[in-house]
Every structure is written in C-alpha cells, then in structure tokens.
Design a protein around this ligand. Sequence first.
Ligand code: SF4
Length: 533
Amino acid sequence: MAKPSTNRQLSCETAHIYDDAEGIPENHWSRLFFSHVFSHFTDEQFAGMYKERGRYPVSPRFLACICILQSMFRASDRQAVENTIMRRDWRIALGIGRDYKGFCPTVLVRFRARLLAHDGAQEVFDTVIGRVEQLGLLRNRQRVRVDATHLLADVSWLSRCEMVREAIRVTVCDLYDRHPELHDRVDLLGLYDRYGEEHWLGPGRENDQTLIEFGRDAKALLALCGELAVKGKQELAQILEENYTFPEDGSPQPVEASELASDRIATPHDAELRCAKKGDKMWLGDKVHLVETADPGCVNFILDLLVTAGRVADLTVVERLGWRLRSRYPWARRLLADGGYAAAANSTICEALGIDLVCPPHPEPNTGLIPASEFNINFKERYALCPEGHRSCSWSPNGNKVNIRFPVTACRDCPRRDECTRSKRGRHMGISKDYEQLQRDRERAARLGHAAEYRNRAAIEGTISEAVRCCGLRRSRYRGSPKRRLHAYLAATALNVRRLLRALKTEGGPKKGPLSRVFGFCGLVPCAAMGPV
Ligand code: SF4
C-alpha cells in the first residue's frame, strides 16, 4: 500500500454539505465528532505504517475513526462498514461524501494488523487526548487516580480433559489438512476420526481414565508429527508436559490436580494466556490499569492505560505508571490509588518522581502483641529500643525485610513479657526495609483531610463501569495478548471521545449543583437526536 496523505479540502462545512445536515442540531454528536475528533487525525500520522509504493490505501484516519466508533457502538467490522453507508450520523461524523461506496470489512482487519505492528493504538489514543488538552479540558488538573479491571480473553474456559482434547483436535486437523502424504497412515486416520470435530465431553466423562486415554493419543500424535511444522504442536507438547507424568512404562499418568503448576497453559488457542485470580474471582485474560484525571464536578479523561498479565500484582506497576505520568503529563502531582497499589516502596518511588501517592497504607498487623510502632527503630545506626528501653542484640537484613532480635536475658525478666512475645528466645520482629516511609504514610493517613482527599478516588469505579458497559472493555474482541492491548486502547479512546463529546455539549451548562448530573454526568443533554453518548 502506498503512503497515504490527507485530503485538505475536506472541512467541517463540506462534510455537512456532502450529507445535508438539515434538522441535525449543531451540537449533535456526529457534528462534534467530525470537528473535534475526525478532523484532528491526519493520514500522514499513519504514513509510517505503509510502504512507499503500491495501491493507494483507504484513508487510515478514516479507518482509525471507524475503529473508535466501533468501540463506542460495539459494532462488528461488517456492521461498521454497513453503518458508514446506511447511517447518516456515521456519515457526518466521518465526513463521507456522496460518491462513497464502502469497502470490504477485511480492510479493518488489515488496518488493525498495521496498528499492532507499529504501535498505532497509542497514536490513536494520543491524538484524542491531545485534542482534549488543546481544548483546555486538562488545565489545572493535578490530581489523577488509577484502578484496574480485568479484560477477558476471547477464549472459553476449558476443563483439563477438554483442553487436552481440544489441543489434539487443533493439531490433528492441521496435520491432516497440510500433509496429504500421511493420509494412508492408519493411526492418523484413527486420530482424525476420533478428534477431528469439536466435541463437548459433558458431565460424567471427565475422569482419570479419559485423561489417560487422551494423554496416550496426544503422545502418539506428537510422535506422528515428528519434525513436521504443525499448528498447535508446541502447545500440545507443553500441555502434555504440564498435565502428565511419564513413568517407566511410558504411559502418561495425569498429575494430581493439587500438584498442577499455577502458571500452566490454559487453552491451546492462546499459549501465553494464564489463569488469573483475585480473591475468589478467577478469569482468563489480562488486567487493564486505567489512569484518569480526578476532579469532582468536571468531566474526567483517561490519561493513560497499562495492560499487564492478569497475574501481575497491582503494586508492582506503580513505578511504571509513575514514570509514564512523569514523562507524558508532568503536571500530574497526586496519584490516588486503592490498597492494592499500596506499598511503602511505591510511596518512596513516587516521591522521587515528584508524585504524591495517596492510598491507604497497610495497617499495623494485629498480633495481640506490642506493635512495632511502640519501638524506637533507628535505621541509620541499625538498632531498635523496646518500650522498656532495652537495645536490640541483632539486626539482620533479609531481602526486603529486616529481622530484629532482643536479648533473651532482658526479655526473660521483663514485666511486659506476656504482652510482647510468646517466644522463649526473646522478642523477634520482622519489619519492612521501607518501615520509616510506611510509618510516615500511616501518620499521614490518620491526619484530617486525608480521607476527604482519598474519597476522590472512588469515582473511578464509575469510569470502569462505563468503559465496560459502553465501550466493551470487559471482553476482548480479538485473540492474543497484543490484540487485547489494542482492544483496551481502542476502548479507552472511545471512552475519552464519549467524554469529550459530553464536555463539549455541556459547555456553558452548569458544572456544579443538581443540574450538572442531568447535563454532564448522565449525558442527558437537551438534544432531540441523541447519539451514543
Ligand atoms: S519483652 Fe523484651 S523486647 Fe519486649 S518490652 Fe520486654 S525487654 Fe523489651
């Protein structure tokens, strides 16, 4: 495809002349989308995704805006192309002229592949947030908040038997289709007959005997594949290795369910996918961390997002989020986060980056013994004084912790011994290396005003709900980790567009008070032709 360039003649006015805008209010979402979103994309910004020569492509800015509208309307590729022909609001939003005849929906598939290969999703997101910034909607916003939600992969949850069977099916079908020279092999034909079609095992058939049978067939199939390049072969080998042991006689025996590795492969259709768990909730997919502005009474926007594997703990991403905030939005000074992101080390990191991390610190563990806060701990000189004035006899750092011991002789004769220790070897304490920071965080959390400030975080739950319900963030439309990231970016961009349209429609309307909910939050604007907002 040749490098695209923008048709400069297309302006807000001509778009509306193309499609007679009579009867459509000035502040209709389609007209606002055209002038504030579509017009701010250029074909040149996507030129890097195309080659020098070849056929002239469908305008990439047009395709990028269709991708955003797809997330806003939850439309499939086919529906989206249909909408560009049949829906007047889409035609106005995308500045479509009369001679437009549509295009094949697979163009969108190939465009997303280009976005994936060149990190174009970030470009689409940045263009929209750039426009928001240009309009002054991010001025004086120093407070931001973060929260995570899960993004389900586009795969089914399979039991162990189903997973092994499905892995055999994928491999045997590919082997059969791509290697006709093996069609005279009786063992291949037997396997193809038994596993060639999708089949739900159903209750009662999932037992060790079935697993052993599948394991035996999987092993035979791998032997049949040999060195041939076959789809699903590696996944099948990995599944076999993780789910079976091979005793001396070579017949596979299923591993006990309690001994299965927690990071084992979950489906043959996505080898990188792992089962994630939070509390008693389990899911197959990733985690999306959304960072948004946090000002009450204003329309807030997603500034950044981070997609991690579902098993990555929230507190480990704070440093990455901090660096990204510092480099992209240096004006962000305060980050509100829930207890999942809380760690004294994170407070230290954010402080170094010039960001004030506001989150509930870990409380003092309630052991029923004298808490560490009653001890005088001196990190500089590496000793601690107990409430009875005795000095510690040992100070041993161990990883992220410091182990402190008090002399047995002092503790044995101490009047407060029952309150302080149950050990015969004297009091022992294991404290974090960042204990001083943790204490500072705890003191700050106890101060007046901290709770009121922290309360500004709660509204991000509404943002997540909106992203899930209105932009389809919960379930990925595409398979594979990079595509899930693309899906998350498009959903976040769609959410920002919704909010930008909302902010533009409420311009001049009440920002505070009871009517602000009507005009701003609910999106119920005095406009007869309501769009997706
Ligand atoms: S039990 Fe030991 S550490 Fe605790 S107060 Fe008494 S002397 Fe100090």
